[in-house]
Write a protein of this length. Structure first.
Length: 482
Protein backbone atom coordinates (compact mmCIF):
# COMPACT_ATOMS: atom_id res chain seq x y z
CA UNK A 1 0.00 0.00 0.00
CA UNK A 2 1.81 3.16 1.18
CA UNK A 3 5.60 3.06 0.81
CA UNK A 4 7.58 2.26 3.94
CA UNK A 5 10.06 5.05 4.63
CA UNK A 6 10.00 5.07 8.44
CA UNK A 7 10.51 1.48 9.68
CA UNK A 8 10.63 2.38 13.37
CA UNK A 9 7.27 4.13 13.30
CA UNK A 10 5.77 1.49 11.04
CA UNK A 11 6.94 -1.42 13.20
CA UNK A 12 5.41 0.17 16.27
CA UNK A 13 2.10 0.41 14.47
CA UNK A 14 2.29 -3.17 13.20
CA UNK A 15 2.79 -4.42 16.73
CA UNK A 16 -0.26 -2.44 17.83
CA UNK A 17 -2.45 -4.74 15.73
CA UNK A 18 -5.61 -2.63 15.73
CA UNK A 19 -5.27 -0.46 18.83
CA UNK A 20 -2.72 2.32 18.90
CA UNK A 21 0.35 1.40 20.93
CA UNK A 22 1.13 3.72 23.79
CA UNK A 23 4.68 4.13 22.56
CA UNK A 24 3.40 5.74 19.37
CA UNK A 25 2.32 8.82 21.32
CA UNK A 26 5.95 9.52 22.13
CA UNK A 27 6.66 9.86 18.40
CA UNK A 28 3.62 12.03 17.71
CA UNK A 29 4.16 15.62 16.65
CA UNK A 30 2.43 18.39 18.59
CA UNK A 31 -1.29 18.67 17.88
CA UNK A 32 -2.22 21.65 15.72
CA UNK A 33 -5.62 23.33 15.76
CA UNK A 34 -6.16 22.23 12.17
CA UNK A 35 -5.50 18.54 12.96
CA UNK A 36 -8.38 16.13 13.43
CA UNK A 37 -9.00 12.88 15.23
CA UNK A 38 -11.72 10.35 14.50
CA UNK A 39 -14.55 10.36 17.02
CA UNK A 40 -16.97 7.84 15.55
CA UNK A 41 -17.43 5.62 12.47
CA UNK A 42 -20.43 3.77 11.07
CA UNK A 43 -20.96 1.77 7.88
CA UNK A 44 -23.92 0.81 5.70
CA UNK A 45 -24.47 -0.90 2.34
CA UNK A 46 -26.53 -0.33 -0.79
CA UNK A 47 -27.13 -3.04 -3.39
CA UNK A 48 -27.86 -2.36 -7.05
CA UNK A 49 -28.54 -4.51 -10.09
CA UNK A 50 -26.90 -3.31 -13.26
CA UNK A 51 -29.11 -2.00 -16.01
CA UNK A 52 -27.20 -4.32 -18.34
CA UNK A 53 -24.31 -6.69 -17.58
CA UNK A 54 -20.69 -5.68 -18.10
CA UNK A 55 -17.83 -7.96 -19.13
CA UNK A 56 -14.19 -7.28 -18.36
CA UNK A 57 -11.19 -9.43 -17.55
CA UNK A 58 -13.11 -12.54 -18.54
CA UNK A 59 -15.88 -11.93 -15.98
CA UNK A 60 -19.51 -10.92 -16.51
CA UNK A 61 -20.91 -8.70 -13.75
CA UNK A 62 -24.51 -7.60 -13.22
CA UNK A 63 -24.59 -6.07 -9.71
CA UNK A 64 -22.76 -3.88 -7.24
CA UNK A 65 -22.66 -3.35 -3.51
CA UNK A 66 -21.73 0.11 -2.24
CA UNK A 67 -19.94 0.56 1.07
CA UNK A 68 -21.01 3.85 2.68
CA UNK A 69 -19.02 5.24 5.60
CA UNK A 70 -20.05 8.05 7.93
CA UNK A 71 -17.59 9.45 10.40
CA UNK A 72 -17.34 12.34 12.82
CA UNK A 73 -14.09 14.06 13.70
CA UNK A 74 -12.88 16.59 16.23
CA UNK A 75 -10.35 19.31 15.40
CA UNK A 76 -7.43 20.25 17.62
CA UNK A 77 -9.41 23.25 18.86
CA UNK A 78 -12.51 21.19 19.63
CA UNK A 79 -14.80 21.65 16.61
CA UNK A 80 -16.86 18.69 15.37
CA UNK A 81 -17.42 17.85 11.70
CA UNK A 82 -18.99 14.93 9.86
CA UNK A 83 -17.77 13.22 6.73
CA UNK A 84 -19.10 10.75 4.21
CA UNK A 85 -17.35 8.32 1.88
CA UNK A 86 -18.75 5.77 -0.55
CA UNK A 87 -17.23 3.19 -2.88
CA UNK A 88 -18.39 0.09 -4.76
CA UNK A 89 -16.95 -3.09 -3.32
CA UNK A 90 -15.50 -4.18 -6.65
CA UNK A 91 -14.63 -7.70 -5.59
CA UNK A 92 -14.56 -9.16 -9.13
CA UNK A 93 -11.86 -6.64 -10.03
CA UNK A 94 -9.93 -6.33 -6.76
CA UNK A 95 -10.27 -9.95 -5.56
CA UNK A 96 -10.42 -12.11 -8.71
CA UNK A 97 -10.47 -15.78 -7.78
CA UNK A 98 -10.83 -19.11 -9.52
CA UNK A 99 -11.67 -20.90 -6.29
CA UNK A 100 -13.83 -18.41 -4.35
CA UNK A 101 -17.34 -17.43 -5.43
CA UNK A 102 -18.59 -13.89 -5.91
CA UNK A 103 -20.50 -14.22 -2.64
CA UNK A 104 -17.37 -15.40 -0.80
CA UNK A 105 -15.13 -12.55 -1.96
CA UNK A 106 -17.89 -9.98 -1.34
CA UNK A 107 -18.45 -11.44 2.11
CA UNK A 108 -14.74 -11.20 2.83
CA UNK A 109 -14.74 -7.52 1.90
CA UNK A 110 -17.75 -6.85 4.12
CA UNK A 111 -16.14 -8.71 7.02
CA UNK A 112 -13.01 -6.64 6.48
CA UNK A 113 -15.05 -3.43 6.36
CA UNK A 114 -16.57 -4.24 9.75
CA UNK A 115 -13.09 -4.75 11.17
CA UNK A 116 -11.77 -1.55 9.59
CA UNK A 117 -14.65 0.39 11.14
CA UNK A 118 -13.58 -0.78 14.60
CA UNK A 119 -9.91 -0.03 13.97
CA UNK A 120 -10.66 3.44 12.59
CA UNK A 121 -13.00 4.32 15.44
CA UNK A 122 -10.38 3.26 18.01
CA UNK A 123 -7.64 5.38 16.47
CA UNK A 124 -7.52 8.52 18.62
CA UNK A 125 -4.43 10.41 17.51
CA UNK A 126 -4.68 13.79 15.83
CA UNK A 127 -3.35 14.53 12.37
CA UNK A 128 -4.03 15.40 8.76
CA UNK A 129 -6.06 12.72 6.89
CA UNK A 130 -2.91 11.57 5.08
CA UNK A 131 -1.20 11.15 8.49
CA UNK A 132 -4.15 9.12 9.73
CA UNK A 133 -4.11 6.93 6.61
CA UNK A 134 -0.35 6.43 7.02
CA UNK A 135 -0.85 5.29 10.61
CA UNK A 136 -3.87 3.06 9.90
CA UNK A 137 -2.39 1.40 6.82
CA UNK A 138 -0.41 -1.35 8.64
CA UNK A 139 -3.38 -2.02 10.91
CA UNK A 140 -5.60 -2.42 7.85
CA UNK A 141 -3.07 -4.81 6.32
CA UNK A 142 -3.05 -6.91 9.44
CA UNK A 143 -6.86 -6.85 9.56
CA UNK A 144 -6.99 -8.24 6.00
CA UNK A 145 -4.72 -11.11 7.03
CA UNK A 146 -6.73 -11.73 10.20
CA UNK A 147 -10.07 -11.77 8.35
CA UNK A 148 -8.64 -14.14 5.73
CA UNK A 149 -7.56 -16.52 8.49
CA UNK A 150 -10.77 -16.20 10.49
CA UNK A 151 -12.91 -16.95 7.43
CA UNK A 152 -10.54 -19.75 6.35
CA UNK A 153 -10.39 -18.27 2.86
CA UNK A 154 -8.80 -20.50 0.24
CA UNK A 155 -7.06 -17.34 -1.02
CA UNK A 156 -6.13 -14.42 1.26
CA UNK A 157 -7.54 -10.96 0.71
CA UNK A 158 -5.15 -9.29 -1.76
CA UNK A 159 -3.57 -5.87 -1.10
CA UNK A 160 -5.64 -4.27 -3.89
CA UNK A 161 -8.84 -5.58 -2.32
CA UNK A 162 -7.82 -4.20 1.08
CA UNK A 163 -7.20 -0.81 -0.55
CA UNK A 164 -10.65 -0.78 -2.15
CA UNK A 165 -12.32 -1.73 1.14
CA UNK A 166 -10.42 0.96 3.04
CA UNK A 167 -11.01 3.69 0.46
CA UNK A 168 -14.47 4.70 1.71
CA UNK A 169 -13.10 5.17 5.25
CA UNK A 170 -10.27 7.33 3.94
CA UNK A 171 -12.72 9.34 1.83
CA UNK A 172 -14.97 9.99 4.83
CA UNK A 173 -12.02 11.29 6.86
CA UNK A 174 -10.85 13.62 4.05
CA UNK A 175 -14.44 14.79 3.61
CA UNK A 176 -14.79 15.56 7.32
CA UNK A 177 -11.44 17.37 7.35
CA UNK A 178 -12.47 19.66 4.52
CA UNK A 179 -15.83 20.36 6.12
CA UNK A 180 -14.19 21.11 9.47
CA UNK A 181 -12.31 23.93 7.75
CA UNK A 182 -15.03 25.00 5.31
CA UNK A 183 -12.82 24.11 2.35
CA UNK A 184 -12.71 21.74 -0.55
CA UNK A 185 -10.19 19.00 0.25
CA UNK A 186 -7.89 20.09 -2.56
CA UNK A 187 -7.22 23.29 -0.61
CA UNK A 188 -5.86 21.25 2.31
CA UNK A 189 -2.82 19.50 0.82
CA UNK A 190 -0.24 22.20 1.58
CA UNK A 191 1.89 23.24 4.58
CA UNK A 192 -0.96 25.25 6.08
CA UNK A 193 -2.67 21.97 6.97
CA UNK A 194 -0.03 19.24 6.67
CA UNK A 195 2.59 19.00 9.42
CA UNK A 196 4.76 16.64 7.34
CA UNK A 197 6.08 17.24 3.84
CA UNK A 198 6.21 14.60 1.13
CA UNK A 199 9.74 13.75 2.17
CA UNK A 200 8.30 12.19 5.34
CA UNK A 201 6.38 9.69 3.22
CA UNK A 202 8.45 9.40 0.05
CA UNK A 203 12.07 10.13 0.97
CA UNK A 204 14.58 12.98 0.66
CA UNK A 205 13.90 13.63 -3.03
CA UNK A 206 10.61 15.21 -1.90
CA UNK A 207 11.90 17.19 1.08
CA UNK A 208 10.11 20.52 1.39
CA UNK A 209 7.43 19.56 -1.13
CA UNK A 210 3.72 18.99 -0.52
CA UNK A 211 0.94 17.48 -2.66
CA UNK A 212 -0.26 21.05 -3.33
CA UNK A 213 2.74 21.41 -5.66
CA UNK A 214 1.41 18.60 -7.86
CA UNK A 215 -2.39 18.83 -7.55
CA UNK A 216 -4.46 21.93 -8.25
CA UNK A 217 -6.63 23.68 -5.71
CA UNK A 218 -9.24 24.45 -8.37
CA UNK A 219 -10.69 21.89 -10.79
CA UNK A 220 -10.46 22.06 -14.55
CA UNK A 221 -13.70 23.62 -15.78
CA UNK A 222 -14.68 20.89 -18.27
CA UNK A 223 -13.27 17.46 -19.09
CA UNK A 224 -14.09 14.82 -21.73
CA UNK A 225 -15.89 11.71 -20.50
CA UNK A 226 -14.67 8.25 -21.44
CA UNK A 227 -17.51 5.93 -22.45
CA UNK A 228 -17.04 2.24 -21.68
CA UNK A 229 -17.56 -0.37 -24.38
CA UNK A 230 -17.56 -3.63 -22.45
CA UNK A 231 -16.73 -6.95 -24.06
CA UNK A 232 -20.43 -7.84 -24.37
CA UNK A 233 -21.96 -4.45 -25.13
CA UNK A 234 -23.97 -4.26 -28.35
CA UNK A 235 -22.16 -2.09 -30.87
CA UNK A 236 -24.98 -1.69 -33.38
CA UNK A 237 -28.62 -2.68 -33.74
CA UNK A 238 -27.90 -6.14 -35.12
CA UNK A 239 -26.03 -7.02 -31.90
CA UNK A 240 -29.14 -6.59 -29.74
CA UNK A 241 -31.12 -9.75 -28.99
CA UNK A 242 -33.73 -8.03 -26.80
CA UNK A 243 -34.10 -4.31 -26.20
CA UNK A 244 -34.25 -2.96 -22.64
CA UNK A 245 -36.55 -0.10 -23.70
CA UNK A 246 -35.92 2.03 -20.62
CA UNK A 247 -35.36 5.30 -22.47
CA UNK A 248 -31.55 5.15 -22.38
CA UNK A 249 -29.34 4.35 -25.37
CA UNK A 250 -28.56 0.73 -26.16
CA UNK A 251 -26.15 0.84 -29.10
CA UNK A 252 -22.89 2.73 -29.53
CA UNK A 253 -24.28 5.19 -32.13
CA UNK A 254 -27.20 5.92 -29.79
CA UNK A 255 -24.82 6.64 -26.90
CA UNK A 256 -22.60 8.82 -29.10
CA UNK A 257 -25.52 10.99 -30.16
CA UNK A 258 -27.10 11.00 -26.68
CA UNK A 259 -23.95 12.24 -24.90
CA UNK A 260 -21.97 13.76 -27.79
CA UNK A 261 -19.13 11.35 -27.01
CA UNK A 262 -15.54 11.66 -28.24
CA UNK A 263 -13.67 9.27 -25.86
CA UNK A 264 -14.19 5.49 -25.86
CA UNK A 265 -12.68 2.84 -23.60
CA UNK A 266 -12.76 -0.59 -25.25
CA UNK A 267 -12.60 -3.67 -23.02
CA UNK A 268 -10.73 -6.54 -24.67
CA UNK A 269 -10.34 -10.20 -23.72
CA UNK A 270 -6.59 -10.68 -24.09
CA UNK A 271 -6.87 -14.41 -24.82
CA UNK A 272 -8.12 -14.28 -28.42
CA UNK A 273 -6.20 -11.92 -30.68
CA UNK A 274 -8.54 -12.32 -33.62
CA UNK A 275 -11.54 -11.38 -31.47
CA UNK A 276 -9.70 -8.46 -29.89
CA UNK A 277 -8.63 -7.05 -33.24
CA UNK A 278 -12.09 -7.50 -34.74
CA UNK A 279 -13.64 -5.80 -31.69
CA UNK A 280 -11.50 -2.71 -32.16
CA UNK A 281 -12.19 -2.69 -35.91
CA UNK A 282 -15.93 -2.99 -35.29
CA UNK A 283 -15.98 -0.18 -32.72
CA UNK A 284 -13.84 2.03 -34.96
CA UNK A 285 -15.96 1.39 -38.05
CA UNK A 286 -19.26 2.18 -36.31
CA UNK A 287 -17.84 5.12 -34.38
CA UNK A 288 -16.28 6.64 -37.50
CA UNK A 289 -19.55 6.40 -39.41
CA UNK A 290 -21.50 7.99 -36.57
CA UNK A 291 -18.98 10.76 -35.90
CA UNK A 292 -18.86 11.71 -39.56
CA UNK A 293 -22.65 11.95 -39.60
CA UNK A 294 -22.38 14.27 -36.59
CA UNK A 295 -19.61 16.31 -38.17
CA UNK A 296 -17.15 15.40 -35.41
CA UNK A 297 -13.49 15.64 -36.43
CA UNK A 298 -11.60 14.11 -33.51
CA UNK A 299 -12.17 11.19 -31.15
CA UNK A 300 -9.93 8.74 -29.28
CA UNK A 301 -9.85 5.22 -27.84
CA UNK A 302 -8.25 3.59 -24.83
CA UNK A 303 -7.77 -0.18 -24.79
CA UNK A 304 -8.08 -2.16 -21.56
CA UNK A 305 -7.03 -5.82 -21.39
CA UNK A 306 -7.47 -6.07 -17.60
CA UNK A 307 -4.14 -7.95 -17.36
CA UNK A 308 -5.32 -10.85 -19.56
CA UNK A 309 -2.65 -10.75 -22.29
CA UNK A 310 -0.44 -13.83 -21.81
CA UNK A 311 2.71 -11.85 -22.66
CA UNK A 312 3.95 -8.62 -24.21
CA UNK A 313 4.31 -10.21 -27.65
CA UNK A 314 0.53 -10.69 -27.75
CA UNK A 315 0.13 -6.93 -27.27
CA UNK A 316 2.75 -6.08 -29.89
CA UNK A 317 1.20 -8.41 -32.47
CA UNK A 318 -2.25 -7.03 -31.68
CA UNK A 319 -1.16 -3.40 -32.12
CA UNK A 320 0.66 -4.13 -35.37
CA UNK A 321 -2.39 -5.94 -36.75
CA UNK A 322 -4.74 -3.11 -35.78
CA UNK A 323 -2.42 -0.61 -37.48
CA UNK A 324 -2.26 -2.75 -40.60
CA UNK A 325 -6.05 -3.04 -40.86
CA UNK A 326 -7.05 0.47 -39.81
CA UNK A 327 -4.27 3.04 -39.79
CA UNK A 328 -6.63 5.84 -38.80
CA UNK A 329 -8.18 3.76 -36.03
CA UNK A 330 -4.73 2.91 -34.73
CA UNK A 331 -3.80 6.58 -34.56
CA UNK A 332 -6.85 7.18 -32.37
CA UNK A 333 -5.56 4.85 -29.64
CA UNK A 334 -4.62 7.20 -26.80
CA UNK A 335 -3.22 4.56 -24.44
CA UNK A 336 -3.25 0.88 -23.46
CA UNK A 337 -4.16 -0.13 -19.92
CA UNK A 338 -2.67 -3.01 -17.88
CA UNK A 339 -2.12 -5.57 -20.64
CA UNK A 340 -0.38 -8.27 -18.56
CA UNK A 341 -0.43 -9.77 -15.05
CA UNK A 342 -0.78 -7.42 -12.10
CA UNK A 343 2.01 -8.98 -10.03
CA UNK A 344 4.99 -7.18 -11.56
CA UNK A 345 7.59 -8.81 -9.32
CA UNK A 346 6.38 -12.30 -10.23
CA UNK A 347 6.54 -11.51 -13.95
CA UNK A 348 9.79 -9.62 -14.67
CA UNK A 349 9.64 -10.91 -18.24
CA UNK A 350 6.75 -8.54 -19.03
CA UNK A 351 8.92 -5.58 -20.04
CA UNK A 352 6.89 -2.89 -21.81
CA UNK A 353 9.59 -0.80 -23.50
CA UNK A 354 8.76 -1.94 -27.05
CA UNK A 355 5.01 -1.62 -26.58
CA UNK A 356 5.38 1.82 -24.97
CA UNK A 357 7.20 3.03 -28.09
CA UNK A 358 3.92 2.45 -29.93
CA UNK A 359 1.44 3.78 -27.39
CA UNK A 360 1.56 4.83 -23.71
CA UNK A 361 1.13 1.76 -21.49
CA UNK A 362 -0.34 2.42 -18.03
CA UNK A 363 -0.65 0.27 -14.94
CA UNK A 364 -3.90 -0.10 -13.05
CA UNK A 365 -4.32 -3.35 -11.12
CA UNK A 366 -0.58 -3.30 -10.39
CA UNK A 367 -0.68 0.13 -8.79
CA UNK A 368 -1.05 -0.51 -5.06
CA UNK A 369 1.74 1.76 -3.80
CA UNK A 370 4.57 4.05 -4.84
CA UNK A 371 7.00 1.13 -4.92
CA UNK A 372 4.85 -0.53 -7.60
CA UNK A 373 4.75 2.71 -9.59
CA UNK A 374 8.54 3.00 -9.57
CA UNK A 375 8.95 -0.68 -10.47
CA UNK A 376 6.56 -0.26 -13.39
CA UNK A 377 8.72 2.55 -14.76
CA UNK A 378 11.77 0.28 -14.69
CA UNK A 379 9.72 -2.31 -16.59
CA UNK A 380 8.88 0.15 -19.34
CA UNK A 381 5.40 1.37 -18.33
CA UNK A 382 4.98 5.03 -19.20
CA UNK A 383 1.83 5.88 -17.31
CA UNK A 384 -0.51 5.14 -14.44
CA UNK A 385 -4.25 4.91 -13.85
CA UNK A 386 -5.24 6.82 -10.74
CA UNK A 387 -8.33 5.51 -8.95
CA UNK A 388 -10.33 6.90 -6.05
CA UNK A 389 -11.10 3.33 -4.98
CA UNK A 390 -7.45 2.95 -3.97
CA UNK A 391 -7.81 5.74 -1.41
CA UNK A 392 -7.63 9.53 -1.54
CA UNK A 393 -4.49 9.57 0.63
CA UNK A 394 -2.71 7.04 -1.56
CA UNK A 395 -3.67 8.94 -4.69
CA UNK A 396 -2.30 12.24 -3.37
CA UNK A 397 1.09 10.60 -2.80
CA UNK A 398 1.08 8.58 -6.02
CA UNK A 399 -0.15 11.53 -8.11
CA UNK A 400 2.69 13.64 -6.68
CA UNK A 401 5.27 11.05 -7.73
CA UNK A 402 3.65 10.55 -11.15
CA UNK A 403 3.49 14.28 -11.85
CA UNK A 404 7.09 14.78 -10.74
CA UNK A 405 8.18 11.99 -13.09
CA UNK A 406 5.97 13.41 -15.87
CA UNK A 407 4.10 10.14 -16.47
CA UNK A 408 1.07 9.76 -18.70
CA UNK A 409 -1.94 9.81 -16.36
CA UNK A 410 -5.57 8.78 -16.56
CA UNK A 411 -8.28 8.31 -13.93
CA UNK A 412 -10.42 5.17 -14.06
CA UNK A 413 -13.50 4.48 -12.00
CA UNK A 414 -15.02 1.29 -10.63
CA UNK A 415 -18.43 2.00 -12.18
CA UNK A 416 -18.67 4.57 -9.40
CA UNK A 417 -22.08 6.17 -8.79
CA UNK A 418 -23.11 9.08 -6.59
CA UNK A 419 -20.55 10.28 -4.06
CA UNK A 420 -17.88 7.92 -5.37
CA UNK A 421 -18.20 9.36 -8.90
CA UNK A 422 -17.87 12.88 -7.50
CA UNK A 423 -14.68 11.84 -5.69
CA UNK A 424 -13.31 10.09 -8.79
CA UNK A 425 -14.15 12.97 -11.11
CA UNK A 426 -12.60 15.45 -8.68
CA UNK A 427 -9.39 13.42 -8.67
CA UNK A 428 -9.27 13.69 -12.46
CA UNK A 429 -10.16 17.39 -12.43
CA UNK A 430 -7.51 18.36 -9.87
CA UNK A 431 -4.53 16.35 -11.16
CA UNK A 432 -3.06 18.46 -14.00
CA UNK A 433 -1.79 15.55 -16.12
CA UNK A 434 -5.18 13.83 -16.39
CA UNK A 435 -7.03 14.64 -19.63
CA UNK A 436 -10.38 12.82 -19.30
CA UNK A 437 -12.83 11.24 -16.85
CA UNK A 438 -14.26 7.74 -16.88
CA UNK A 439 -17.90 7.64 -15.75
CA UNK A 440 -19.50 4.23 -16.28
CA UNK A 441 -22.37 4.35 -13.79
CA UNK A 442 -24.51 6.42 -16.16
CA UNK A 443 -24.47 3.34 -18.43
CA UNK A 444 -24.72 0.50 -15.92
CA UNK A 445 -26.12 1.92 -12.65
CA UNK A 446 -28.20 4.99 -13.51
CA UNK A 447 -30.60 4.21 -10.65
CA UNK A 448 -27.80 4.85 -8.14
CA UNK A 449 -27.27 8.34 -9.61
CA UNK A 450 -30.86 9.56 -9.67
CA UNK A 451 -30.80 11.20 -6.23
CA UNK A 452 -27.70 13.17 -7.24
CA UNK A 453 -28.65 14.42 -10.69
CA UNK A 454 -30.61 17.53 -9.71
CA UNK A 455 -27.92 18.65 -7.24
CA UNK A 456 -24.98 18.05 -9.59
CA UNK A 457 -26.41 18.24 -13.12
CA UNK A 458 -23.05 18.89 -14.75
CA UNK A 459 -21.60 15.71 -13.25
CA UNK A 460 -24.45 13.30 -13.90
CA UNK A 461 -25.92 14.65 -17.16
CA UNK A 462 -23.47 14.52 -20.05
CA UNK A 463 -24.67 16.35 -23.16
CA UNK A 464 -21.58 17.38 -25.16
CA UNK A 465 -19.14 14.60 -24.39
CA UNK A 466 -17.77 16.52 -21.44
CA UNK A 467 -18.43 16.83 -17.74
CA UNK A 468 -18.89 20.22 -16.07
CA UNK A 469 -16.11 19.74 -13.55
CA UNK A 470 -16.35 23.35 -12.33
CA UNK A 471 -18.92 21.96 -9.84
CA UNK A 472 -16.20 19.93 -8.10
CA UNK A 473 -15.23 22.66 -5.65
CA UNK A 474 -17.69 22.22 -2.78
CA UNK A 475 -16.57 21.64 0.81
CA UNK A 476 -14.95 18.34 1.75
CA UNK A 477 -14.82 15.90 -1.14
CA UNK A 478 -17.77 17.77 -2.57
CA UNK A 479 -20.46 15.06 -2.46
CA UNK A 480 -22.66 16.82 0.11
CA UNK A 481 -23.29 20.51 -0.21
CA UNK A 482 -22.12 22.53 2.77
Amino acid sequence: MLPVRNPTRRSVLQQAGGVVAASFHILRAAVRNTDIRVEDVSIAYEDYKYRTPIKFGGHVLDRATLLNVNCSVRTGDGRIAKGFGSMPLGNIWSFPSKVLSYEATLGAMQALAAQLAKITAHYKDFGHPIDISWALDPMYRKAAADVSERLSLAEPIPPLCALVTASAFDAAIHDAFGKAHGLNCYHTYGPEFMKYDLGHYLGPEYKGEFPSRYVSQEPKRRMPVYHLVSAIDPIEESDITKRINDGLPETLPEWIRYNGLTHFKIKLNGDDRKWDVERVLHVDRVTTQTQRQRGAKEWVYSLDFNEKCPNVQYLLDFLHEVKEKTAEGYERIQYVEQPTARDLKAHPENMMQEAAKLRPVVIDESLTDVEALLLSQKMGYTGAALKACKGQSHMMLIASVAEKHKLFLCVQDLTCPGASLIQSAALAAHVPGVAAIEANSRQFMPEANRAWESRFPGIFRITDGTMDTSELNKVGLGAVEG
